[in-house]
Design a protein around this ligand. Structure first.
Ligand SMILES: [Zn+2]
Ligand SMILES: [Zn+2]
Length: 746
């Protein structure tokens, strides 16, 4: 008899019927069982069949299943008569929870089949698809501990649920129109509107209304992406003047609006169904069709984030008739994604909702395709709460994250459980969501942190939270955490050259760092080079007014300040005084601020309305080209400083000479690549190191990222870049866990 223990994503993904089917085919007897510590199998039969059974388990896995650990032992036979699926047992230990999965092709075929019981039923699912994380209360995953517990299965559904050879065997959310959840359409006051909820939705979307739509991990706010006025209305209500919106597309119409290849389509259609950022198709390449999305969906941006329907009801209103629907996260500003309609009454004209509660929220995940890899810039729905593997064992540790793009991470041995995307602020609502999710993770995964890590920045809500726990606390420098996270992703556990190009991170000298070249491992870092400190008058106020940065940097560099346009006399005077008296002036080596400076000098955005708006504009100005043949500006590297003042002076001269701004942007990007290479080479000479890790929010700039990979590789460095962990602050919590463990954990 073989006793087999399997851990990983093996519950709620059709694993037990799969085992049952294999065992029956191999003529084995015994049982399969879900327990809190994973799947347990006992199987008897002839040796050949048993070995074949094991081989087939590993090689024919259901699409959404994933094996992390596989152990087996031989015992004397117990003489089982049959093979059976046994009920869950509650034992000590812990297992994993599957992420939410996009509706599968088999279910969509039934959904579109007039003769099927679940024809056009918005809650169709099976063991290969449907909600998981969002509906779970506790482990092990079983219907009575999900938000489906109040729906009593009808005979038909129960028959499928109990049939080991059925696709819905033990599919916990199984339901049909007779017994399961229902859609409902509500007006602004949350009163039910009669009629078919989907027809009402389509009618109101076409009428230019703003609709709150309850989905899997939370609400979306939707409007017709082809309707300029509707999009404008949505922008006003959300107080979001420029930031791009994501668009859910009817699959057949995708190539009308973006340039897409087979790999991108595969990503869009994967069970995680992420948003993928793709280049817009320009008019000249258009297919002469009438349908185009309104220009205010992603204004002044060559790219757009698109995704495909992933819940069954999405397929009902995103159709040929209405192929492009804005589906933006349903939240009020500085708040996390909403799970009930009453949170969004101020923003929406009406609601498409349903009566299956959302227990655990997660925003849509976002993938940014780059030249050689895709970067998961937001790891949330479809990925959480699956753990990632750390390169080494840890004591149970909580990494609290930073503030923007907030996540936390909890470790158990070498598993790391990263939270969904929590939010972009330290607001009370965001921190409530953070704590609620934290408590759930502790319960589900049976975690009890013994160590806690937070950012060095004293003002973050997460720092205060960490300080208030009584646990041993390690405060981790922001950019060290950025580098450690990407090292962890690549299982690197040695000294590397780490480059962190970022917006803001608190330095050990209390300055604002962000243009950093370190020698680092998971324990220590040494700051080899950084951009020279420049004055940031007013701190955060300057960050939303890049023109003030351009003015202050121009003064500091000795460039011609008369060329800085779009700044009032009053602002000039105030900044001059601030600089003279060093009043409320912060010192910064931030790469993000250097981008803001150059962008504002070129007149792109004197003020911004979302993070990185001006830096992105400068990237887009380059066009879709390599900058390898551009002429760089001058820079000086001395001691540990990369002096950027010559760059500012020369950009200023180019502006005066009337050089094309596109050329200036290309030269600027080339300069960063060149001074990075020069500093990395110097670092390599003194250290003998050859591995280079790239991280930090600025690495989302694909001109820069692709250029750095290409240049460093050509110069014989081995380059490691963010892939499944984000370069931005979303993965700060990962690095914090690694570093805290090395410092006092082990
Ligand atoms: Zn399915
Ligand atoms: Zn039913």
């Amino acid at each position: 008899m073989y006793q087999i223990k399997i851990n990983g994503i093996v519950q709620g993904v059709g694993f037990r019927p799969f085992i049952y089917k294999l065992a029956t085919e191999q003529k084995l007897t015994g049982f399969v069982l879900n327990s809190t510590s994973g799947v347990l199998i006992e199987a008897e039969g002839n040796k050949n069949s048993l070995d074949k059974f094991i081989y087939r388990i590993k090689n024919e896995l259901p699409p959404a299943a994933k094996i992390n650990e596989f152990q087996f032992e031989e015992f004397p036979d117990k003489r089982y008569d049959t093979f059976e699926i046994r009920m869950s047992s509650r034992s000590k230990g812990s297992t994993l929870i599957s992420p939410d999965l996009a509706v599968c092709d088999d279910c969509i075929n039934e959904f579109n089949d007039h003769d099927d019981l679940r024809f056009q039923y918005a809650f169709i699912n099976c063991t290969n698809c449907g909600p998981r994380y969002s509906i779970i209360e506790d482990t092990p995953y079983d219907r009575p501990v999900t938000s489906m517990k109040s729906f009593v299965m009808c005979d038909y559904c129960e028959g499928e649920y109990k049939d080991p050879l059925n696709r819905r065997f033990h599919a916990q959310p199984v339901a049909c129109p007779q017994c399961g959840p229902q859609l409902q359409f509500l007006d602004k006051d949350l009163s039910p509107i009669l009629g078919n909820p989907i027809e009402n939705t389509i009618r109101d979307l076409k009428d230019g209304k703003i609709i709150g739509i309850k989905g899997i991990g939370g609400f979306h706010i939707a409007c017709d992406a082809t309707n300029y006025n509707a999009v404008e209305l949505l922008r006003q209500r959300k107080n979001r003047p420029h930031k791009p919106f994501a668009v859910m597309c009817n699959e057949a119409n995708i190539s009308d609006i973006v340039i897409i290849n087979y790999e991108h389509l595969k990503l869009l259609k994967s069970p995680a169904a992420p948003i993928v950022i793709l280049p817009k198709r320009s008019n000249s390449e258009g297919l002469n069709r009438e349908i185009k999305i309104a220009e205010n969906v992603a204004p002044q941006n060559p790219n757009i984030g698109i995704f495909l329907p992933y819940a069954p009801h999405h397929y009902q209103f995103v159709t040929e008739e209405l192929p492009f629907v804005i589906m933006t996260s349903g939240n009020n500003s500085n708040e996390p994604i909403a799970r009930t309609e009453n949170e969004l009454q101020e923003l929406c004209d009406c609601f498409l909702t349903h009566n299956r509660p959302i227990l655990n929220r997660s925003d849509d995940s976002i993938i940014l395709p780059a030249k050689e890899q895709n970067i998961l810039i937001r790891r949330s729905r479809g990925f959480v709460p699956s753990p990632i593997k750390l390169p080494s064992q840890t004591v149970p540790t909580l990494g609290c994250g930073a503030e923007l793009k907030l996540t936390f991470s909890l470790s158990r041995k070498n598993d790391l459980f990263i939270s969904p995307y929590i939010g972009n602020s330290g607001s009370k609502e965001t921190m409530d969501f953070y704590l609620e999710t934290y408590e759930k993770y502790l319960k589900w995964f049976k975690l009890k942190p013994e160590l806690i890590a937070c950012d060095l920045q004293p003002d973050f809500a997460t720092t205060r939270f960490a300080e208030n726990t009584k646990l041993p606390l390690v405060k981790v420098q922001h950019h060290h955490a950025h580098i450690s996270a990407i090292m962890a992703e690549h299982k690197l556990d040695e000294k590397v050259i780490g480059i962190s190009y970022d917006g803001t991170g608190y330095g050990t000298d209390a300055a604002i760092w962000g243009g950093e070249i370190f020698i680092a491992d998971h324990t220590n870092f040494e700051r080899l080079f950084h951009l020279n400190y420049m004055p940031l008058p007013g701190g955060d106020a300057a960050i939303t007014h890049p023109i003030r940065i351009a003015y202050a940097y121009s003064i500091a560099a000795g460039a011609n300040t008369e060329l800085v346009n779009g700044i009032s006399e009053l602002e000039r005077n105030v900044i001059q005084k601030q600089l003279q008296n060093s009043f409320n002036v912060f010192q910064t080596s931030s790469m993000g601020r250097l981008f803001d400076c150059i962008s504002a000098m070129l007149g792109l955005f004197p003020t911004i309305t979302f993070e990185a708006q001006s830096a992105m504009a400068l990237e887009f100005l380059c066009g879709n080209v390599s900058v390898s043949d551009s002429e760089p500006y001058s820079f000086e590297i001395s001691e540990d400083i990369i002096d950027i003042r010559p760059i500012i002076i020369e950009v200023s001269k180019d502006i005066q000479k009337g050089v094309d701004h596109k050329v200036i942007s290309q030269k600027f990007h080339k300069t960063i690549i060149d001074f990075t290479l020069a500093s990395v080479q110097k670092t390599s000479v003194v250290s003998g190191l050859n591995k280079v890790v790239l991280s930090g929010g600025v690495m989302q700039n694909r001109i820069l990222l692709n250029g750095l990979i290409e240049t460093l590789t050509r110069n014989n460095f081995t380059v490691y870049t963010p892939r499944n962990l984000s370069p931005n602050d979303g993965s700060i919590s990962v690095g914090q866990v690694m570093i805290a463990n090395r410092i006092i954990g082990s």
